[in-house]
Structures are given as C-alpha cells and as structure tokens.
Ligand binder design. Structure first.
Ligand code: ASP
Length: 709
C-alpha cells in the first residue's frame, strides 16, 4: 500500500532545536531532523522511515501492548517472553506446563494459536486535528466537549476502516486538545506461539529482579503472524499461511558492546512529561500509594491461594505478573518523584511560566488562570479519588463482578447508535471485547474471587462517600451477596456467557445471577462516575491544549508528544550508570552471573542443560569478545516506557542486536521525567537469545530462518 503523501508534513510540533540529544520518543516522521549520522548512525533517515517506499519500520509491529520485530520473510516475530506470557499460560496445564518447561515447536505445524493476540503494522497516518477539533465549540460544557471529540474520532476511524478494508484505524491524541493523528494499521488476527524458553530463563529473577540492574533474564520469545492463503487478514484457521512482511529486520549475531550506538523502534505506551506539577502531586500523594497498597494485598492473596496447587498458580500467573510489574514500577516512581524532587522542580518551572504569562496583558487575559484551573481540577479529583479508585478496582479485583459489569454495560451501550457507544462496544470492536471477556474468564478461580470481593467490600466500607451513596450502601449491606453467590452463579461455561452478551439490558434484569443483580444495582453509580470522568477529560483537554500554546511561546520551542502507543524512535549508547554515590554499574551481564545468582529456589532456578553447557564451555559462536562469556543483558541510555517491551535494539546499520524488555529501578520515573544520569533501559542480548534457542533448546530451524549460520 502506498503511504499517505501527507505523512511527512504532519507532526510538525516536533523540532529538535532545544532538545537534549538523547531525550525523546520521536515520532518517526521527525527522525530526519535528529542529526543521527553525527551520532554514529549509518542509515539515512529515509532508510529508517520513508512514507512512500519500503523501509526499516515495515519490519516493526505491535504485538498487543508490546512491540515485536519481523525477523524472517515468513512472519517470524521476536518479542519478549513477558509479552507472549498470556499465550504460553493459556496453553499450559499442570500436566503440560509450557510456562515452566518452555515451548519449542519443531515445525510450523506445531506452532500453536495465541488466542487474544493481534499484530499491527503501521501503514500510514495523517493529521486530522482540524476535523476532530471542529466537532467542539466554546459553548459546550466540558462533558459535551469530551463526548463530541470522542464521537468525531470514532466517526473518522470508522470511515477510514470502511475505505480501507481489513485495516484498523486509530486516532491518537498527540497533544491533548490540540493535535490528533489518524493511523492506519495492517491488522493480523492469527498469531501463533513458536518458541518460548522456560520461565526459569524467560523470567529468571522474577519480581525480585524486575526493574533492576544487573539483570540476567532471557526475556524473549518467538511468535508468528499468519494470514489467509489469499493474503487477506483472517481469524485462526489451520489452512492459514505465514504472513510475508514487506521487510524484515536482519538479526546480527555480533550483538552490541559498551559504547556502541543503538536505536529502538517501538510502540511506547504512556508518558506524562507535559503534565503539570498538580498532576504529579496527584500521582505522588493519591494514585500511586493507592495502587501499591492494593496490589500488594492482591498479590499476597493470589500467592496464598496458589501455594500448593500448580493448577491454581497457573490460573493466577499472568494476572499476578502484571500486578507485580505495576506495583514495583509504582514504588520506583514514588521513590523517584521524591528523590529527584520532581514536583518542586516542575512547580518552579510553572512559576516562571506564570510570570511570563502575567508580563503581557493580552497574554494574561488569555492564559492567566490556566495553571490555577488545572490545579483546581486535580484537587477536585483528589478529593473523590478514594471512592472512584475503589469503585473501579472493585470490578477489576472481583472478576465475577467484572464480567457481569462488561455484560450489562455492553447491553446498555449497544442500545445506543454505534457512534454513541463506548468504543469497545462499537460494531467494529465488539467481537473482540466479547472474546477478551470470555478468555479472561477461563482463569477464574472461585476461592480467590471470594477473597477479593470480601476485601474490596471491606475497603469500600472505609470510604466515607460509599455510605452516603444509596446503591453502594445497599450493595455493602446486602449480606446475601457474599460467598454463597459464588456457588449460585451461572457464569460457568463459555457458551452461556456468550448468550448473555446478546441480551438486552431489560432481559438481563430477569437473569437470575447474583453477580448480574449486584452490578445492575450499582450501575447508575458507575454511569455517574463515567460521566464525571468525561467532564474531567473535557476540562483538562481544553486547558492542556492552551497550556501547550503558551509554553511554546515561552520556551520558543516545540515539544515531542508524550508516548501514546504510536510508533516512535529513541536512540542512545550502550552505557553504564551510577545510581548512587560510589556505585558504578557496567552495561553488560553474562552467563556467569546467571550461574552465580542461581540458588535452586524460585525465582533463581537455572535449567540443568544450561548449567551443563556452561560447565563444558559450550558457547558456540556467541562469546562476548572482551568478557569471554555469553552476554545475557544490556543496559543503554534510550528513552523508553511500557509498550517498548519487545522493541528491537538496533545497531547503526539497523540490524537487531537485542530485545528491549525493562528499565532500571531509577528509570521507572521516566514516565514523568527522563534524565540521562538515571534513565537506563534494559534488553536481552541477541547472543544469549541465539545461544538459548539454537544451542540449548536445539531450535536451529529458527536460526536458519533468520539467516544465522
Ligand atoms: N518491563 C516494562 C513493562 O513492560 C517495560 C518498561 O516499562 O520499560 O512494563
């Protein structure tokens, strides 16, 4: 497909004049302005990205919330173990435990479906800011404004999909209330698992080592994209054939060493660098401490339920892993916010900005109260946060309630016209929403859910507001909704759950299920919370739009948009750092460290075969030239966040030398503020990947496919 010629004209907000060389998750249209050849890059900007010809970014894909790279012409994708985790878990049973033992298909026939996975490839994009913003006007209330913008976005996405059959369209907000870009994606729905090392490799160090350096985790896996024999996009079918990407990324077995220039392409999820100090205060004082406290409790609850039962542990594993990931990241962010004094620094910048605003009467008239208005909005949010957060966590912690909520919400929303529905219930998304709900339900564990419900009720009772909202009070006082409800629920089999998704809201009211009844009672309150959320979005969207304008005037520069799940590039060097006084950490770990860390106890178990090969010194061609060991992980000073998991680490020729999977503890704060002294990303070295795949688990077929001798 020919890319939209307008592509190069958009994203003109990005200018690099005042940027630190290394900071920034740059939209791909702006990389020609980065002066990368001076930094060691051997590819031209158009070899990396060219809107009208095949280029490096054609080899990059999004794998659900992660990134992947096509590493062969037959749709082979390399990404992280933790990105394929859900696929490995859902195929594992206590008898056939691929999570524990690894999954090694010997041929394409043995590759197994990864339900719920989709792969996207960015095909084109165009700036649709004017079309989106034309939907709102100044007379609108904040909530109406937010709804009008959302509806226009949905309308444009739908139209783009109708005009481009089989593609997905997504409008991303680049700057709140200011800039919107419509991205078109090739959208592959048949994704299969090809190879996953055992968790003892792919998740070596577990939660203990997560977000830490030095690191010794082989966090990689291989998947493959499939399409119908005629090349069209199709759901899983045995007859489907491997997808042929326009371009794939060449793997370089030479890896990368200290000092080398590297760059990453990927789909970073969310950052908040353009938000105000009051937002950061809200995060620091309200949301992050709440998350840490609740998730710690939930993780401990799941641990105690799974202690002596591998089947139960498997059901919990994916959920537990993602809660633990967020919990530890949140702790890192809390620590980082305080240590680097980030709120105070941002306040100081805002004071300068306010002075600038007030130095000119016209400016003062236009922008004088923006910062104050934003502060007020966050202060209001903070006041109701405990209640709001506990209500939303009630339906995510207790999965019975969560499923009932999705079923009932879907029924209510689907009675509206397609464009007026919440996006997940629009015709173009609904099938996937149902599939996701059903898939998640497979891991339901009654006893854990009972425990979660009891605890969430206890927490909700402690929030003053809950007792003054009738429907919530009724729910809390209703003793008949408790442990026995779990025995009476009819959410037992997939087919039944699917039939509920086809009922009207009226019909659901007469379904005799305790979860549904409880949710229907609470629903008006949830509807109010959603409405309030839209009001806040509308208010902040307008204010942030204006804030960016005046900041631009003040700083006489443009800004790189915050991460928003769209394709970006970041670059840097393989480089160590000094996280605290008198401590220097070098940027490469080796197999020796894996062996040294191995205790034989979770999460530090190492498979016998690795230990045997290590003893024998059987390292193939993958030794590090200086360290004389197999290199395992790499540290580099790029600008990454969640969603960059699975991003290729590329050398100056655009060859893949590793796979990004994490950040150092100090760098969890990247989401709010990046800094060269502490921002470090972590990836698995390709030499470890190749050694584990080819030598340890004998999957030479994959090395052959990648063209590795
Ligand atoms: N391991 C991280 C995550 O998936 C990747 C990152 O945030 O840098 O959340």
């Amino acid at each position: 497909m020919i890319r939209n010629k307008l592509a190069a004209l958009i994203l003109c907000f990005v200018s690099v004049t005042a940027l630190h060389a290394e900071e920034g998750m740059f939209p791909i249209s702006s990389i020609d302005r980065l002066g990368l050849s001076e930094k060691g890059m051997q590819l031209t900007a158009t070899q990396v990205f060219n809107p009208s010809e095949t280029c490096l970014v054609d080899g990059i894909c999004r794998v659900n919330g992660c990134t992947g790279s096509f590493v062969s012409k037959s749709g082979l994708i390399i990404t992280n173990h933790h990105c394929a985790y859900r696929a490995i878990q859902s195929a594992s049973t206590s008898e056939n435990d691929w999570l524990k033992n690894g999954f090694f298909s010997k041929s394409q026939e043995e590759e197994i479906p990864a339900p719920g996975y989709v792969v996207r490839i960015t095909e084109s994009y165009r700036d649709v800011s004017a079309e989106v913003l034309a939907a709102a006007d100044d007379s609108m209330s904040a909530a109406d404004r937010s709804k009008a913008l959302a509806k226009r976005r949905k309308e444009l996405e739908k139209k783009a999909e109708e005009e481009n059959e089989g593609m997905r369209a997504d409008i991303a907000e680049m700057f709140a209330g200011k800039q919107y870009v419509l991205f078109l994606y090739t959208y592959i729905r048949d994704v299969r698992l090809v190879f996953a090392p055992p968790s003892s490799v792919g998740n070596f160090g577990g939660a203990v080592d997560n977000w830490e350096w030095p690191r010794h985790t082989g966090d990689f896996s291989f998947m493959r994209a499939y399409v119908a024999p005629d090349g069209s996009m199709a759901d899983y079918d045995k007859a489907n054939v491997p997808y042929q990407p326009k371009r794939h990324i060449q793997v370089s077995p030479a890896g990368a060493n200290e000092g080398d220039f590297v760059f990453l392409l990927g789909y970073p999820g969310r950052t908040a660098r353009h938000k105000t100090a009051s937002f950061l205060e809200y995060e620091q004082n309200v949301r992050l401490p709440y998350v840490v406290d609740l998730y710690q409790w939930q993780i401990a609850a799941m641990d105690s339920m799974s202690k002596n039962d591998r089947g139960v542990a498997l059901k919990h594993s994916s959920r537990k892993q993602s809660l633990a990931n967020v919990e530890k990241r949140s702790r890192g962010q809390l620590k980082g916010l305080r240590r680097a004094n980030i709120v105070a620094k941002r306040r100081a910048l805002e004071a300068e900005l306010q002075n600038f605003i007030e130095s000119d009467p016209t400016r003062k008239q236009k922008y004088g109260s923006i910062l104050q208005d934003i502060d007020t909005t966050y202060a209001e949010l903070a006041e109701t946060a405990k209640f709001n957060l506990t209500m939303s966590n009630l339906v995510s912690a207790c999965r019975g309630l969560g499923l009932a909520y999705t079923i009932y919400d879907a029924a209510v929303e689907r009675e509206k016209s397609d464009l007026d529905r919440e996006a997940v219930y629009m015709d173009r998304n609904f099938e996937r929403t149902v599939d996701r709900a059903v898939l998640g339900w497979k891991d339901w564990h009654k006893e854990t859910d009972m425990k979660m419900l009891a605890e969430m009720k206890r927490r909700l009772r402690k929030v003053g507001t809950a007792n003054s909202v009738d429907s919530v009070k009724q729910f809390l006082d209703d003793d008949s909704f408790g442990d026995e409800s779990f025995a009476n629920t009819k959410f037992t089999d997939e087919a039944y759950i699917r039939t509920l998704f086809s009922k009207t809201s009226e019909e659901l009211k007469s379904v005799d299920d305790p979860f549904l009844k409880a949710v229907i009672g609470l629903y008006p309150e949830y509807a109010k919370l959603r409405e309030r959320g839209k009001e806040v979005d509308g208010t902040l969207g307008r204010l942030y739009g204006e804030l960016i304008d005046v900041k631009q005037e003040f700083q006489k520069t443009s800004f790189v948009p915050d991460a928003n799940g769209t394709l970006r590039m970041t670059y840097g060097n393989v480089k160590g750092y000094s996280p605290e006084d008198a401590v220097y950490k070098s940027p490469a770990t080796t197999l020796r460290g894996v062996i040294e860390k191995t205790t034989g106890e979770e999460p530090f178990i190492t498979p016998d075969r690795i230990r045997e090969l290590y003893e024998k010194g059987d390292f193939g061609n993958f030794l590090h030239p200086k360290l004389n060991q197999i290199p395992v992980a790499l540290l580099y000073n790029t600008d990454t966040t969640g969603g960059n998991s699975g991003s290729p680490i590329l050398n100056n020729r655009g060859e893949l030398v590793g796979v990004n999977f994490d950040r150092a503890f100090e760098a969890t704060i990247n989401d709010f503020a990046w800094n060269e002294s502490y921002s470090r990303s972590i990836g698995v070295d390709i030499r470890y990947v190749l050694w584990i795949t080819g030598q340890v688990y004998q999957s030479q077929r994959l090395l052959d496919e990648m063209g590795i001798r």
